[in-house]
Write a protein that binds this ligand. Structure first.
Ligand code: IVH
Length: 686
């Protein structure tokens, strides 16, 4: 079989498996078999790039770097919808429709209004040719490489398209979104990295679709619901027909749409989905009602911005008034004090809310809160409850309405709080003696992304501290069976207020000790993250581990050496230096070293692997999924290539990773240097 034949065969086969999996929920082969075929295709494509097909499944894994997205003028403008917020406005709209259609019968299609970014996909000559953002409605950004990573979107016009009535060339429109599950996963990672979480799935989707590196986009598992078909021919008579045809052809049309005969039925649909929509995989903000018949749509026409034949009903963010019982304060691992509103329980978006964050002292002042006030609670981005304002329509039953005043001393250890310049949070400076800070540091150490000792939940750490068995994470490694057996206490969950008994029986103790023992094999990067050095999150921990290779070297590093590390700025470097100056921290490290934790990076690739890179010079920029910088250099050497430090015309390949430096990319482009992704590099070395 020639390479061209093999590439064609692999492409068709893999597309078939993908279609079966994503559209029909059938797995015809195992994940490993699929990956092996995909890898073979990737390798062939990198050897014969001219044979790579437009519908190659390798587009799904990304690898294309776009510096600036070209602007594309929409063939059919992308209009917006007029919004309504109440029934009366809907009834008025319906009346106008009736009038224009001169009392002839008409139907509506009701759909969920998905809250992401609108995308327009053009299929020409059998392939997905372009995917463009809405932009200003007239022209948008060409983000084809990023959209090709959406697994539910056919890259080729589906085989059944013609038979189902879809034309030769057509456009489909839909809403690109970040599934709620993915949003939560990314936020978990960001928080563990000590970074600010993303505000909501919509903004996260918008940001991700505009990323330069499509392999990062691929890793975020975005998706798209299709809700519109457009072509120059009258392929369908009604919207309903087009939705059915698109769905049968394999497009991801949500099953939530419904055909109705009256505006009353549309209102029923709205009420029905008001709660149910929270179970959908993506954020939603309303309902769209559209006239079904295309000829009637033309009669109704358009305003400058939106069609007269469609309207959006927006759900209000659910907000309820409840009583502020008290304000309590939580002290985190870093000493930051967060005020928390204790509320009379209230049901919001189907969950009972008892507490809401008040963020910081400024927020309390902005709201002008007093104990006993009624306040409006809202679910921001439908995830974290917050207080939006005081409910002035209900009076506080308190005789003296005394505004809440932020505490001046730590609620746990009574130390006077301080506030650093330019920061919103008040801090307890008693790092060494403040119990929640001590506990917070140990909890940070045992979390999944650090040493992963999941047999030691929160209540258990508390118990160990109270019994003076541990003072820092290092003490965990001298715990014995006899220390632990029989310990007991009632634990009250901070969030739910529920209490449960924690007691150490034989099995529990065995599990704890097993978990502690297993943590000794966690990587140096994880240990580094677990130490909780301020501003050193998971990613920075990995970069430091890669760069220095051992705790000894990191400890000996000067400020100037530290800021050489990618991602490490002055603030982080200073914090690392402070950490290693502290006597208690040095004692902790001593305990960890004695216990046998991994305080050095393990280098995996050393030996000679092949000569695929013989005679070639390579340089890289950015960070990589599967390699540290050191590992990548070793991989180049192990395959006969030469790693060089500067960019020149003679360079064979520039390997481009995530968050690659834009100036380096621009220079490489100017010099005409060939750029390859991490995956392409891997395909080269086999
Ligand atoms: S139809 C001309 N249907 O809402 C009308 N739009 O506010 C075209 N959207 O830009 C839009 N779900 O991004 C339509 N089922 C749905 C939708 C939907 C979400 C978005 C879309 C559009 C915006 C208009």
């Amino acid at each position: 079989m020639t390479p061209a034949e093999r590439i064609n065969k692999l492409t068709d086969k893999l597309n078939h498996y993908n279609e079966q999996y994503y559209q029909n929920a059938i797995s015809e082969i195992s994940d490993q078999e699929f990956d092996a075929l995909l890898q073979e295709l990737e390798q062939l494509e990198s050897q014969f790039p001219e044979l790579k097909r437009e519908d190659s499944p390798t587009h799904r894994v990304g690898g294309t770097i776009t510096k600036e997205f070209p602007t594309v003028v929409h063939k059919y403008p992308m209009l917006s919808l007029s919004n309504t917020y109440n029934e009366q406005e809907l009834l008025d709209w319906d009346e106008r429709i009736q009038k224009v259609l001169a009392d002839r019968p008409y139907e509506y299609i009701c759909e969920i209004k998905f809250d992401g970014i609108s995308l327009s996909m053009t299929y020409e000559d059998g392939y997905l040719r372009r995917a463009v953002t809405r932009g200003d409605g007239t022209q948008g950004d060409d983000i084809t490489a990023n959209v090709k990573t959406l697994k539910s979107l056919p890259l080729k016009t589906p085989t059944k398209a013609q038979e189902l009535g879809l034309g030769e060339s057509f456009e489909i429109r839909g809403e690109g979104f970040m599934p709620n599950k993915v949003f939560e996963r990314i936020n978990e990672d960001l928080v563990a990295d000590g970074k600010e979480p993303l505000a909501n799935p919509r903004n996260s989707a918008a940001g991700t679709f505009k990323m330069q590196d499509s392999s990062v986009v691929a890793s975020r598992d975005l998706d798209c619901y299709v809700y519109q078909y457009l072509s120059d021919n009258d392929d369908f008579k009604t919207h309903e027909e087009s939705l059915i045809a698109l769905k049968s052809a394999g497009y991801n049309v949500s099953d939530s749409w419904r055909k109705v005969a009256t505006i009353q039925e549309a209102i029923e649909y709205i009420n029905e989905w008001s709660d149910k929509r929270h179970d959908l995989p993506c954020a939603t903000d309303g309902i769209v009602i559209k006239v079904n018949d295309y000829a009637q749509r033309e009669e109704l026409g358009y305003t400058a911005k939106s069609p007269r034949w469609a309207i959006a009903y927006k759900y209000k963010a659910e907000s309820k008034s409840t009583k502020l019982l008290d304000v309590t304060y939580q002290v985190g691992r870093t000493g930051a004090v967060t005020p928390v509103a204790e509320l009379e329980p209230v049901v919001l978006s189907m969950t009972t809310v008892r507490r809401a964050t008040l963020h910081n002292a400024d927020e309390i002042e902005r709201l002008g809160l007093a104990k006993g006030d009624y306040v409006f609670v809202e679910k921001a981005g439908e995830i974290i409850p917050k207080i939006t304002k005081v409910d002035d329509s209900k009076f506080s039953e308190e005789i003296f309405r005394e505004p809440v005043k932020f505490i001046s001393n730590c609620p746990a250890c009574n130390t006077a709080l301080i506030r650093n310049e330019g920061e919103a949070a008040w801090l307890c400076p008693n790092e060494k003696g403040c119990p929640p800070q001590i506990k917070g540091r140990i909890e940070h150490f045992i979390q999944r992304k650090a040493l992963d000792i999941d047999s030691l939940g929160e209540g258990k750490i508390e118990l160990l501290i109270e019994n003076q068995l541990i003072h820092d994470a290092g003490d965990l490694y001298s715990l014995t069976f006899d220390h632990l057996l029989g310990l007991e206490k009632v634990h009250i969950d901070e969030l739910t207020g529920k209490s449960r008994k924690v007691s150490f029986k034989e099995k529990t103790v065995e599990n704890i000790l097993k978990g502690i023992e297993a943590s000794k094999s966690q990587s140096f990067a994880k240990v580094l993250f677990g130490l909780g050095i301020r501003f050193v999150g998971q990613t920075t921990g990995e970069k430091l581990a890669d760069y220095f290779g051992s705790l000894e070297k990191l400890k000996a590093a000067s400020f100037d050496e530290l800021i050489e590390v990618p991602d490490v700025g002055e603030k982080v470097a200073q914090s690392i230096i402070e950490f290693f100056k502290d006597e208690d921290n040095l004692r902790l490290l001593e305990k960890l070293s004695l216990a046998g934790l991994q305080l050095e990076s393990q280098n995996t690739v050393k030996e000679v692997e092949g000569n695929a890179l013989e005679g070639l010079t390579l340089l890289y920029t950015g960070t990589f999924k599967n390699y540290s910088r050191e590992e990548l250099e070793q991989k180049i050497a192990a395959n006969g290539g030469k790693f060089v430090k500067s960019l020149s015309k003679k360079l064979s390949y520039l390997i481009v990773g995530e968050s690659a430096g834009p100036s380096k990319l621009a220079k490489a482009e100017k010099l005409g240097v060939q750029m390859i992704s991490e995956e392409e590099f891997e395909a080269l070395v086999g």
